[in-house]
Design a protein around this ligand. Structure first.
Ligand code: CA
Length: 226
């Protein structure tokens, strides 16, 4: 996987690149935003710093989105809610606040990459079915089978499962699941998510398939696999 890293901070780039390389990724680094759209060829995921010296990262994101469907993860030192909304409305696929954990970043990179591939496959008219270790999620018909046996889920349970399945074994953070399935966070969100995970495990009949990643979130797949 090839990453375009748009980051003006030399120290951040110097720390990040070896970490990404250790995870099997290659990188191109740009220290400025201007001209980033000219470097998208062969790029699988863009990591875009919002605070750039020459142009606002939000404008870079819009410029990229105008010419390409490449997944963009906005990275920002600012943790303001306004920035988050701005980042997502500029066409970014995900958003990370500095300082972040590299493992979390790598998981997000895999997640947006796989999600975009799923979208591309469905746009191509390919069957819109995600398969993970015997669990089959049909995104068009909203049906689920486990080992070929149909399982009935509520709409929210299905959405949680589809999100986990589309991440292809990468961890989905609790906050991302809540944001994508419920569209907002609220005081009882964590408890509600716990309940949905518990019923999902029961209904799938294979509780070990929905793995808890302590302190982070959940991933779908057999323990030790993927
Ligand atoms: Ca910066």
């Amino acid at each position: 996987m090839h990453i375009l890293l748009v980051e003006d901070d030399d120290r951040v780039a110097a720390a990040l690149r070896p970490a990404l390389h250790r995870h099997g990724m290659t990188t191109t680094r740009l220290a400025r935003g201007r001209g980033a759209v000219d470097h998208l060829s062969g790029v699988d995921v863009v990591l875009l710093d919002l605070g750039l010296p020459d142009v606002d990262g939000v404008d870079v994101c819009r410029a990229i989105r105008a010419v390409s469907e490449v997944p963009v993860i906005v990275v920002s030192a600012r943790g303001e809610v306004d920035d988050r909304i701005l980042g997502l409305h500029s066409g970014a696929d995900d958003y990370l606040v500095k300082p972040y954990d590299v493992g979390e970043l790598v998981a997000r990179v895999h997640a947006v990459y796989r999600r975009r591939r799923v979208e591309a496959a469905s746009a191509d008219g390919a069957p819109d079915v995600l398969e993970v270790d015997g669990v089959s999620v049909d995104l068009t018909r909203h049906t689920v089978t486990v080992g070929g046996v149909s399982v009935t889920l509520t709409r929210k349970e299905f959405q949680v499962l589809a999100l986990l399945a589309s991440s292809g074994g990468a961890v989905c953070t609790r906050s991302r699941i809540v944001a994508e399935v419920w569209g907002r966070s609220w005081a009882g969100a964590n408890r509600t998510l716990d309940v949905h995970i518990a019923t999902l495990r029961t209904k799938l009949g294979r509780p070990e398939m929905v793995q808890t990643v302590r302190g982070v979130g959940y991933r779908l797949g057999l323990p030790g696999g993927g």
